[in-house]
Design a protein around this ligand. Structure first.
Ligand code: IMP
Ligand code: MG
Length: 205
């Protein structure tokens, strides 16, 4: 698995947002917090090729966890040379401060059954692992013939609950990231890069 630091091209270093946050972009400094849209999209297509080899000849049913994983899903999906179907599930995690409590509410359930299918959960980022642990057990109880997880980003230093993620795009250090689908209070999903938010007090974690 490549480290995020491997893949940077120079870009504008900072852009101010109207609410006072500063978004820090990849700046070619080797700073391990940042990736670029190109790096994320390229990694998604690399992962698509790997998944395609692993599931060769078998129909694959992807479950996208809304909303953060939608951009990753769209890049991954187009790299899969398989008989693919897609469904969506939306969850809200109850948080105490910036930590999830592990209590998860399904706000939009799947449209299709999982019984007897090869199922791959598509997630944006694994943080404490509480949300994915809950979801994995829930979906496993619906009788798929196999169930695995792909996540673009992983913050292993934050893990509370172990989760078996089969495919990981990038490991990142402990910083709160936005862009490429990821939000802070429903904003910044549209930023083409994975970025950290910086306040006058420093990088948000
Ligand atoms: P967990 O239950 O703590 O693993 O939380 C996972 C969910 O929290 C992810 O699916 C994201 O929606 C959200 N999350 C965790 N870390 C970040 C981050 O750095 N930026 C944006 N969302 C995050
Ligand atoms: Mg999410």
């Amino acid at each position: 698995m490549p480290s995020v630091a491997d893949s940077f091209t120079a870009r504008a270093a900072k852009a101010a947002l109207d609410d006072g946050f500063v978004v820090v972009f990849a700046a070619g400094t080797g700073n391990p917090f940042f990736t670029t849209d190109t790096a994320a999209a390229l990694r998604a297509s690399e992962m698509g090729a790997e998944i395609g080899r692993d599931y060769q000849g078998r129909p694959l049913h992807l479950i996208c966890i809304l909303k953060g994983a939608c951009i990753f899903l769209s890049d991954l999906l187009r790299a899969l040379d398989l008989d693919v179907s897609v469904d969506f599930i939306a969850v809200s995690s109850y948080k105490k401060g910036s930590n999830s409590t592990g209590e998860v509410q399904i706000t939009k359930d799947l449209d299709q059954p999982l019984e007897g299918r090869d199922v791959l959960i598509v997630e944006d980022i694994v943080d404490t692992g509480l949300t994915l642990n809950y979801l994995f057990n829930l979906l496993a109880s619906r009788g798929p013939s196999s169930l695995a997880i792909v996540a673009l980003l992983d913050k292993p230093s934050r893990r509370i609950q172990p989760v078996a993620v089969r495919y990981i795009g990038f490991e990142i250090p402990n910083a709160f990231v936005v862009g490429y689908g990821l939000d802070y209070g429903e904003r910044y999903r549209h930023l083409p890069d994975v970025c950290v938010l910086e306040t006058p007090e420093g990088v948000l974690v």
